[in-house]
Design a protein around this ligand. Sequence first.
Ligand code: CA
Length: 242
Amino acid sequence: MTKETSKNIDTKPRILIVEDEAAIGLLLTYNLEAEGYQVTHCERGDEAELLLAESVPDLVILDWMLPGVSGLEICRRLRNREETRDLPVIMLTARGEENERVRGLSIGADDYVVKPFSLPELMARIHALLRRAKPERVAGRLQLGDLVLDRETRRVHRAEREVHLGPTEFRLLEHLMEKPGRVYTRGQLLDAVWGLSSEIDERTVDVHIGRLRKLLSRGKEKDPLRTVRGSGYAMDERLGKI
Ligand code: CA
């Protein structure tokens, strides 16, 4: 029986930090990684352009004054490129450059933070911007169609209605939602949710899946869980798409 890892790196929201002050870059990287983001940090504007041409992150934190290409110029180019037109951008600037704010926002930055900034304030702005632009990409939050699981508050909502789950159902749903569409055997679910040492009968999984199903779907709501005969269970990855 192979143990499936529950962390999938691809599901982490990706943030690119472009900041030539090493201490600030390090501070942001450390704190964002601790919150579950996948962070890339570079110190030069031209390096950032190469990274952005290679792959588009979920959000960019962009310093105004940079060696190579300026943050302002990078932002302007991002807005002119089809794939990055709507990419959320937060600009950082040193105190005294506040009068540049209008220019920054007119060039298309979504938000603007003046250094020295308060870390909680910047983190809150990042969350707010991501929630606005890409609600499914906020760390700590898993979303599939109208179903939302928040790891931080341990709350689950279906179409705005709060669904009250027991701890086992919560863990089961969290595990399934990490990889929508992926089919898990009962044994794999037992390992992941109850732990390897558990001596629990595989039918226990069926009982909890049944309970989860009942709690998640009300009235004519679509069943978000798939039973795959002979194999096991999966989240229906088409939920909300059809
Ligand atoms: Ca700088």
